[in-house]
Design a protein around this ligand. Structure first.
Ligand code: 13P
Length: 254
């Protein structure tokens, strides 16, 4: 019998919230989720608010993630942040390969193939984002896209580490659009991703957590979170208000 997977609800703040805004948010969030059990909670603030959020969440059930990371230990990479800089301040993990970074900042599968193992080597939990565009879905290319991203981005992760990766399925057409994948679409894609991991390691496929992301809101979270291959959510817009984010956490709690 496999261990049940503990759901993870992570809030991707993107380029929102100053340190003062972040402090106000966390002050409102912690009492709202203090009694929830059986769920892991993560927030992903901009780099400048990471230290403050690590300090303000210490001793709570909230983990703090970065939104991106370089793979190198250090070097001439202007504007980038290295894994050791995140672990120095006790950051728990990092989002990698978000579609906005792939599209707007040129993050490639080749770079991600180095970033995912670099995060794991430093003890950071990577949340690797994958997903198809609307055009790719209409062309029937969803599985081809997911296969390419999963295979390449995880290619250098050793089999015994694969189960520590968190994968977020975020169909690009559902991000920030108010359009959510139907439960059938979300389940089908997440099951496909799990099967891809299973081609490398069946044990990893059972332990890897697969999140859904794309217009997750308090009113659709429970339905998505009940699906067998969905182990949590990566939430954008609805993670910016403590009340709506706490409601989504509540939908995942025991
Ligand atoms: P929304 O929840 O705003 O659609 O954003 C999803 C997302 O990109 C999370 O990483």
């Amino acid at each position: 019998m496999n261990e049940p997977r503990i759901p993870l609800i992570a809030g991707n703040w993107k380029m929102h919230k100053t340190i003062a805004d972040a402090e106000a948010f966390i002050g409102a969030l912690l009492p709202r989720i203090a009694t929830y059990d059986g769920v892991e909670v993560g927030i992903c603030p901009p780099f400048l608010a990471l230290q403050a959020m690590v300090d303000s969440t210490r001793g709570s059930n909230v983990q703090v993630f970065a939104q991106t990371m370089h793979y190198a230990e250090s070097g001439a990479f202007t504007g980038e942040v290295a894994p050791g800089m995140l672990t120095e301040i006790d950051v728990h993990g990092t989002i990698l390969g978000h579609s906005e970074r792939r599209e707007l900042c040129g993050e490639t599968d080749k770079a991600l193939a180095q970033k995912v193992p670099a995060a794991l080597e430093h003890g950071l939990t990577p949340i690797l984002c994958v997903g198809e565009t609307e055009e790719e879905r209409e062309r029937g290319d969803t599985e081809r896209k997911l296969r390419q991203q999963i295979q390449e981005d995880l290619s250098r992760v050793p089999e015994d580490q694969l189960g520590r990766v968190v994968i977020a399925y975020e169909p690009i057409w559902a991000i920030g659009t108010g359009l959510t994948a139907t439960p059938e679409q979300a389940q089908e894609a997440c099951a496909f991703i799990r099967a891809l991991v299973g081609q490398r390691s069946e044990a990893a496929a059972q332990s890897v957590r697969i999140l859904y992301g794309g217009s997750v809101k308090p009113d659709n979270a429970a339905e998505l979170l009940a699906l067998p291959d969905i182990d949590g959510a990566l939430v954008g817009g609805a993670s910016l208000e403590a009340e709506s984010f706490a409601a989504i956490v509540g939908a995942a709690a025991r």
